[in-house]
Design a protein around this ligand. Structure first.
Ligand code: NAD
Length: 369
C-alpha cells in the first residue's frame, strides 16, 4: 500500500500531516510512504528526515499522488489537489464540514473516499485520532502567549528592587480542551486565573487546575448535550450568565474566550457594553473568532482596538506552532491509519464501522454528508 503526504498549499499553514516518526512505524508495517518534497520543511521536518525514516521524496504533488491509495493533508484539498487523487483512493484531511459541498462533489465524481478529520467521533476509543482535541490544545496554549505579549503587563507577581508587581488577572471563558490548556498555561506564567463554563464537569476541571470558578449559578446539569458538548443556553440563562460575567470582567487584564456550540454560531458572551467597562490596556483573545466570536466586537483574523482594549480574533493558531501541532496531528492520523489497515495489511473503508462511518463524507461516487 502506498500513502502520499502532500505539502500544504495554504501558505500560512506550516504544519504537515505525517511526521518522520510515523513514517518509521508505517514502513515497519510494510506500508510505502511518499512525501512531496518540502512538505515538512516549515514544521522542522526536512526531506532528509523522511528519507531516513524510509520514505521516498516526490518532486511535486502530481508525482506524490500517482498510484497512492491514501492521500494525507492537513487543510481541505484545493480543487487541483482533489483532481490528483486516483479513483478509489482515500483522502484523509480536514474538510470544514458545513462549507465543503463543492469539494465533496468533486471528490465523489472522482470516486475518492474522503474521511473528514473533524468528524472523528468523540468516543474513548477514537480519542487518540481526535485532531480537534490535539489542535485545540495547541490553540489554547498559543492564545495565552499572544495575549500575554499584547498585554502591557507582566503575568507573574514580581518582587524586585524596583518595586513589587501585582500578578495579572486572566479570565478564561469556555473550559473545554482549549480553555483548560489556556488555564494551565496562564497559571504556569504566574497569572491569577479564573474561568467559566456552563458544564458541571468543566467546573471540577477548572478547580483542579488551581483556577477559581466564576458565575457558578449559571452552571446546570442540563447544559451538557450529547458527546460532552454544551447546548445553547435559553434567553433567560444567557441573561443571567451575561450579568455574572459583566460583574467579573471589569477587573481582569487578559480574557481568553473559547466557548463554542457544535453546529451553531459561537455564543456572544462579551457585549460591546462590557468591553467599555474593562480595565484600560486589557486584552481579549477570542478563539471562537472563526465561528463569529464570543465577543460582539471580534473580527476574525484581525486586531480591533476600542476604548483602550485590544481584541484579537486569531484563526488557525495551531498552524503557528507547527512542530508540535504536526507531531500531534500526525499521531492522530497514524492511529486512524492503523484502525483502517486490517491484519493482512489491506486498507478497509467500512461505512458500517463506528469510526470510519462517522468520518466518511464521500464514498463510491456519492456524497454521504
Ligand atoms: P467546544 O470547542 O465545542 O466548546 C468549548 C467549550 O465551550 C466547552 O467546554 C463548552 O462547554 C463551552 N461553552 C459552550 N457554551 C458556553 C457558554 N455559553 N458559556 C461558557 N462556556 C460555554 O468543546 P471541546 O473543547 O471540543 O470539547 C468539550 C468537551 O467534550 C470536553 O471537555 C470533553 O469532555 C469532551 N471531549 C471528549 C472527547 C472524546 O471522548 N474523544 C474528545 C474531546 C472532547
Amino acid at each position: 500500500m502506498l500513502v502520499a503526504v502532500l505539502k500544504e498549499a495554504a501558505s500560512r499553514d506550516h504544519r504537515v500531516s505525517l511526521t518522520p516518526d510515523a513514517v518509521t512505524k508505517l514502513v515497519k508495517a510494510k506500508v510505502e510512504v511518499v512525501v512531496q518534497g518540502g512538505a515538512g520543511e516549515a514544521a522542522g521536518f526536512p526531506d532528509a528526515a523522511y528519507v531516513s525514516a524510509g520514505a521516498r521524496i516526490a518532486s511535486d504533488a502530481v508525482a506524490a499522488c500517482k498510484g497512492a491509495q491514501v492521500v494525507l493533508k492537513v487543510q481541505p484539498p484545493t480543487d487541483a489537489e482533489a483532481g490528483l487523487c486516483d479513483s478509489g483512493a482515500v483522502l484523509i484531511s480536514l474538510l470544514r464540514p458545513g462549507s465543503h459541498a463543492a469539494i465533496a462533489k468533486r471528490l465523489a465524481e472522482r470516486k475518492v473516499s474522503t474521511l473528514a478529520l473533524e468528524l472523528v467521533p468523540r468516543i474513548t476509543r477514537a480519542q487518540s485520532m481526535d485532531v480537534l482535541s490535539s489542535q485545540s490544545t495547541v490553540a489554547g496554549y498559543k492564545a495565552v502567549l499572544i495575549g500575554a505579549s499584547e498585554l502591557g503587563k507582566f503575568l507573574p507577581m514580581l518582587t524586585t528592587a524596583a518595586g513589587n508587581i501585582q500578578p495579572a488577572r486572566v479570565f478564561v471563558i469556555g473550559a473545554g480542551v482549549s480553555g483548560l490548556m489556556a488555564i494551565a498555561t496562564a497559571r504556569r506564567l504566574g497569572g491569577v486565573v479564573s474561568a467559566f463554563d456552563v458544564r458541571p464537569a468543566a467546573r471540577e476541571q477548572v478547580l483542579s487546575l488551581g483556577a477559581t470558578f466564576v458565575a457558578a449559578a449559571s452552571v446546570s446539569a442540563s447544559a451538557e448535550a450529547a458527546g460532552g458538548y454544551a447546548r445553547a443556553q435559553t434567553d433567560e440563562e444567557r441573561a443571567a450568565t451575561l450579568a455574572a460575567l459583566a460583574a467579573h470582567i471589569k477587573d481582569v487584564d487578559l480574557v481568553v474566550t473559547t466557548a463554542n456550540i457544535p453546529g451553531k454560531p459561537a455564543p456572544k458572551l462579551i457585549t460591546a457594553d462590557m468591553v467599555k467597562t474593562m480595565r484600560p490596556g486589557a486584552v481579549i483573545v477570542d478563539l471562537a473568532a472563526e465561528n463569529g466570536g464570543n465577543c460582539e466586537l471580534t473580527k476574525a483574523n484581525e486586531t480591533v482596538r476600542v476604548h483602550g482594549i485590544t481584541i484579537l480574533g486569531p484563526v488557525d493558531l495551531p498552524a503557528t506552532v507547527p512542530f508540535h501541532a504536526s507531531q500531534m496531528f500526525s499521531r492522530n492520523v497514524l492511529t486512524l491509519l492503523q484502525h483502517l489497515i486490517n491484519k493482512e495489511g489491506a486498507l478497509v473503508v467500512d461505512p458500517k464501522d463506528e469510526i470510519t462511518g462517522a468520518m466518511l463524507v464521500t464514498h463510491e461516487g456519492s456524497v454521504l454528508k
